[in-house]
Write a protein that binds this ligand. Sequence first.
Ligand code: ME8
Length: 642
Amino acid sequence: MENKGKYYITTAIAYASGKPHIGNTYEIIMADSIARYKRLLGYDVRFQTGTDEHGQKIEEKARNAGMTPKAFVDKQAGEIKRIFDLMNTSYDKFIRTTDDYHEKEVQKIFKKLYDQGDIYKSEYEGWYCTPCESFWTESQLVDGKCPTCGAEVHKEKEESYFFKLSKYQKQLEEYIETHPEFIQPESRKNEMLNNFIRPGLQDLCVSRTSFKWGIPVDFDDKHVVYVWIDALSNYITGLGYHLDGKNDELYEKFWPADLHLIGKDIVRFHTIYWPIMLMAIGEPLPKQVFGHPWMLVGEDKISKSKGNAIYADDLVDFFGVDAVRYYVLHEMPFAQDGTITWELMIERINSDLANVFGNLVNRTVAMTNKYFDGRLNRNFKEEPLDQELKEFALQTVRTVDEKMDQLRVGDSLEAILELFRRCNKYIDETAPWTLAKDEEQKDRLNTVLYNLLEGIRFGTVLLAPFMPETTEKVFAQLNTQETSYDSLTAFGAYECNKVTEKPEVLFARLDPEKTLKEIHEKLDQGKVKIEHKPEIEFPEFDKVEMVVGKVIECKKHLDADKILVFNVDFAYEQRQILSGVAEFYKPEELVGRKVIAVMNLKPRKIRGLDSNGMLLSAVKEENGKEKLELLTSEMEIGSIVC
Ligand code: ME8
């Protein structure tokens, strides 16, 4: 096969803060289908993904989980990789931003930008959104909240390093204008130019002192590098980029990237900060950044806290890997958000995979067995009707190519499905069961079944990047070695080998009601049923006084193993409070932590020590063990909880 050249594709690196939901997972499946398609065409592909492991959010989550940040991200990265592997994604490299070579290179990049005057030290005051790790100005807030995710923001002031984005503004604007393919889809390009670049770029705060879990600025170690500078660099460090030495061969071969595939929410980082970083270090810009739409559950954003999140491994348990791949790739539109629900998934499997594709393969293989003992011969008797099917198959190859070139993955899959539909129609038009009744029509029947097997082979070769396991099964059923893209140049490469005697059903039809019931039963397992207490009126609830405080001392109770003795500062007073959390925390890790206390609970003595209030915690039983977390708040101490 002709070598078409190199192709470097990357996904966003996932935050190692929790299990990726099906929306995050969709992105790597889409990237995988593109990577596999390019390989099929003969490109030398490099496909990189990984995890984004630094930042305040992760530091906090680790603290809440009672783990060190490194132990926490090790666990999360393992889980993310497990899901990516489960989905049969063929990445070549899984980078972690805690990888040693990455951290060192980021420090060098930061230092170079500082030395050449692109980064300078100053002071910053702004509204900070922890989930997004972003500062906002007053005017950027929407209803006083983060304009990206809607979370509460808080004021932060810190000595910081700043990156002079403004210096590169003109150069970036010109680049985007003269490279129309750089930001895709088009709508996102206009959004970047009109909303961010043309109004003027503000210098970007690129270091933090308010937390520790980041790559230290090596010449000023009070600061850690802003997580986006760290994360974006993965695309070059993962290839072996060396700022002050010889780059690895991989870098020389694969950079610049052909495609950064990312979600629509982070286009700004990839089309403003990232190109400017590259311009500043004198490296070429990626050829394309594609901001894919989001997957919703029904009409809602996927959110763990809303409890509507759907996970790839649960979907796979019920439908198998390829059905899930098919659904997310086929259902996600090019630019508008797409949707997933368990109901839609079942519908789609039944209509497309069981009725159209699976049924076609099964019927055709079964008829080949029944009428020809599984092996056709080359005695063809062609009719004009056949020409239409052949033309359709060849046209499908061109359509898929055109659509994949525009990254319209869903449209490509739809085109392949159309070919299978056309084959099913051909069965209706030719009625093989009628031909079989007439011995004179033997050659005609042979031709019809050949055209069907060849039509299936065409569709299946094209389907390989999207549903790799199923494709292998179909090739095995057809017993064909003709699986290359080159075998699609003309209709007729199928070898007439003996097909499988007893073909396995590729996709069984699902009974929607029964399947949904099973799904809900399984998903509800392990969910604790809450025993509700009797209703109360608000004035009754309002009698409880709850205040945010900060632990200034914490030690073990010498006469009670389970109890910790806290001294908590509430701004206007300090109090001793006892709490039965010794099993879950070491006293020293709680010092400095904000807590929520019930202030007007009657004081009581526990083994000789007074407790003047109660600390709130969340508790749950998991696998027969109790889990507990002391509740916290980001608000100033002395704030009332209501
Ligand atoms: O943004 N549907 O990581 P992340 C489709 N670490 N895609 C979705 C989605 C949804 N419902 N929700 C999220 C980050 N995504 C950074 C990236 S890159 C140098 C750093 C996409 O774990 C999201 O847009 O929050 C992003 O592209 C990817 O999932 C990972 O998101």
